[in-house]
Design a protein around this ligand. Structure first.
Ligand code: HEC
Length: 181
């Protein structure tokens, strides 16, 4: 009697385990999360949200960008990379900057594959590419953000205050660091 009860419990446990396992397999099988009630591919989802496309981007990336004048080239970012500064940079980069947010070309993830990146030659800088980014000074980034890169898709952002540009630069540098969030 005792023995039979124990056996029975064991089989209940097994059934429960089997159900959990099935649920797990089914979840993986079903693929990426739903986008507005339809299951579709992550790439597609990002695309229709104007977030650009997932991927590594070009790396290393050839650079033919004009160099900033020496005194600016050697400038270091005067701001501390605090949470607030990086957050401010993020808001500007992803949303607030006029007339077009940086993400439209450089991608939400900074990989250079924003929705407007297609057809741009040279292609927007891939900020996740350490190999290319490590050789670009803060001052150089500053110069190009303010003045644009003549003859390419990179517009000048004359309206941004110095402080805002430095905030954006701290944010951009985050992309090259191992996994944020
Ligand atoms: C319309 C598309 C577009 C938008 C919008 C745009 N960029 Fe770019 N960006 C480019 C392209 C294209 C390049 C590559 C230019 C080159 O190779 O000279 C580039 C290059 C850069 C570089 C690299 C400079 C260097 O010396 O290598 C930086 C930094 C940069 N962009 C920052 C920004 C920031 C910050 C914003 C928003 C404030 C922004 N971009 C908005 C297209 C864009």
């Amino acid at each position: 009697m005792k023995w039979g009860f124990f056996k029975n419990r064991k089989s209940i446990v097994l059934v429960v385990l089997a159900i959990i396992l099935f649920a797990l397999v089914a979840e993986v099988w079903a693929g990426p999360p739903m986008g507005h009630g339809r299951r579709h591919h992550l790439r597609h989802h990002r695309g229709h949200h104007g977030q650009g496309f997932a991927g590594q981007g070009f790396c290393p990336q050839g650079r033919f960008t004009v160099q900033a004048p020496d005194d600016i080239l050697n400038q270091k970012n005067p701001l501390e990379p605090s949470q607030e500064v990086i957050y401010a940079g993020e808001s500007l980069f992803e949303l607030e900057v006029q007339p077009v947010a940086c993400k439209i070309c450089h991608g939400v993830n900074g990989n250079g594959l924003g929705i407007m990146a297609q057809g741009l030659n040279p292609s927007p800088r891939n900020f996740t590419c350490q190999e290319t980014m490590k050789d670009i000074s803060d001052g150089q980034l500053f110069w190009i953000i303010r003045n644009g890169s003549q003859g390419t898709g990179m517009p000048a952002y004359k309206e941004l205050e110095d402080r805002e540009i430095w905030q954006i630069i701290h944010y951009i540098r985050q992309f090259g660091k191992p996994r944020r969030k």
